[in-house]
Design a protein around this ligand. Sequence first.
Ligand code: CTP
Length: 410
Amino acid sequence: MRVLLGVTGGIAAYKVALVVRRLKEDGHSVRVVPTEASLHFVGRATWEALTGEPARSGTFENVPSVEHVRLGQRADIVLVAPATADFLASMASGEARDLLGNALLATSAPVMVAPAMHTEMWHHPATAANVATLAARGIHVIEPASGRLTGVDSGPGRLPEPEALVAALYAVAHNAQIDVTVGSGADHGWADLGGVRIVISAGGTREPIDAVRFLGNRSSGHQGFALAEAARERGADVTIVAANVSLPSGEGIARIDVETSAQLADAMRSAAVHAHVVIMAAAVADYRPAQTHATKIKKHGTGHTLELVETEDILASLVDSKHPAQIVVGFAAETGDDAGGVLDYGRAKALRKGADLLVVNAVGEGVGFGDVPTSATILDAAGGTVAHIEASKWALAHAVLDQVLARLPL
Ligand code: CTP
């Protein structure tokens, strides 16, 4: 199972290292989200080494992947240990002041808190009221143990021992019918695209007319790059074929820059040979000039006619040459017209292109280009709707990858 472990700023944070270790030994996937304050007690490196996953604290540390939402959405169970009085207060009032606060608001998984603090703080009416609020919301509160606290104090407020925390976590998971079988984390880890090779085209092709001019389109490459980042974040081995994109590609993403549709076709064909998933998010020119002039065409005051020839339909040829288990995804940018709406054209295209998935979105003046919210419908090869998304390109990227994952052979 995927365990999200929130660590807040208490001295008992060190005990949680043993909780992580035990969960990892049992084969579960653990992501630690430490608050900034907790890093005074146990450093990020410890969590990252123990879990093999990034241990981020800030909402803005990995914005591209909408991590503040995804972490909460993807967790099977959440445990905050130790939970300080301050953190319980912020949780009770639904604050989202850091990554952990955001993740807690975004999760529908069972949430557990293990408060740890001085006895006076634990008994304070404010803390008691916050704990009661959380319990009334269905949050599982692990009662603090009694005993020696920091310094010479003694009384209720100690974080229970690691074994007790793990046992409580398993009990809640079991009641919630979450698979706690030893090793169940291997297949359902945070990196659910681990080992999957994905090739993505992005941007818009340019077909040269002469030495200085080209036929191009408005595609910015944002959607393809969002897909690449999201897939990388989910553990995939990503290659991006970028047609005239000025955006930087993220760390760990292999990048091939191309200009024309012919170069894009070649790059995609070679990269697709070893890929499990091929995504054509680039806007490819349908036509190119029949001839390209090596020098600048001069004007003669009589107008000029360009002869255009059709380019190769790269998506169609990738579908034709795909190997049986390969998933091919296309994008359809549609404006709709008098003869049909965006989705009518999308469905016809899904049937025509034969890709496993076709992401249909509306484009036009100021719509769908650049880093703007997007509205898209994901269709299967038969033209059936499998998802509809009205959100950012990052959320769409994850939705597309979710559909890809559902179709990948195990
Ligand atoms: N595509 C492609 N090669 C082309 C044109 C498009 O591989 N020469 C791919 C795009 O990358 C996209 C999908 O096909 O994944 C649909 O692109 P779109 O431009 O919407 O469709 P077209 O086939 O060009 O159809 P039309 O222009 O008639 O709408």
